[in-house]
Ligand binder design. Sequence first.
Ligand SMILES: [Zn+2]
Ligand SMILES: [Zn+2]
Ligand SMILES: [Zn+2]
Length: 153
Amino acid sequence: MDAASRFARYLTLNRLKMTRSRRAILEEVLAVEGHFTADDLRAHFRSRGRLVAPATLYRTLNRLVEAGLVHRLPMARGQARYEPIFGRHHHDHMVCLVCGKIFEFESREIERIQESVCRRKKFTLLEHTHQLRGHCENCSRNGNTPAAGQAPR
Ligand SMILES: [Zn+2]
Ligand SMILES: [Zn+2]
Ligand SMILES: [Zn+2]
């Protein structure tokens, strides 16, 4: 099933229609490389002369997350980041609490352990979010991080 039919099925299940703006947002989001904020997406639409109401944009992004097409990365500071996951290679994230940089990583071992934990609980795993929060190499080196063991503000 392609992304558009998956989204259409999700909308039908939720008694919603595939409107022109929903379709436009889906298409733009699927074309993005990397992580973006809702404001980035709005700016992108604006630069192409398309006006999308902020409320529509936020709601549609949430729908895309619920439909399993987009992943939402909550940030300790600032706006959440989004990224398309449909048809993309799976990876997890490390987020620096100081500079906000996002690092992607993959660990076959962590994936395998998650799957076996679910199997033991007879839990059917559909997707997961694995986010590690801390200080990147650069921020640790520059000493502008709270002392280890101290909760980040
Ligand atoms: Zn993972
Ligand atoms: Zn950093
Ligand atoms: Zn990512």
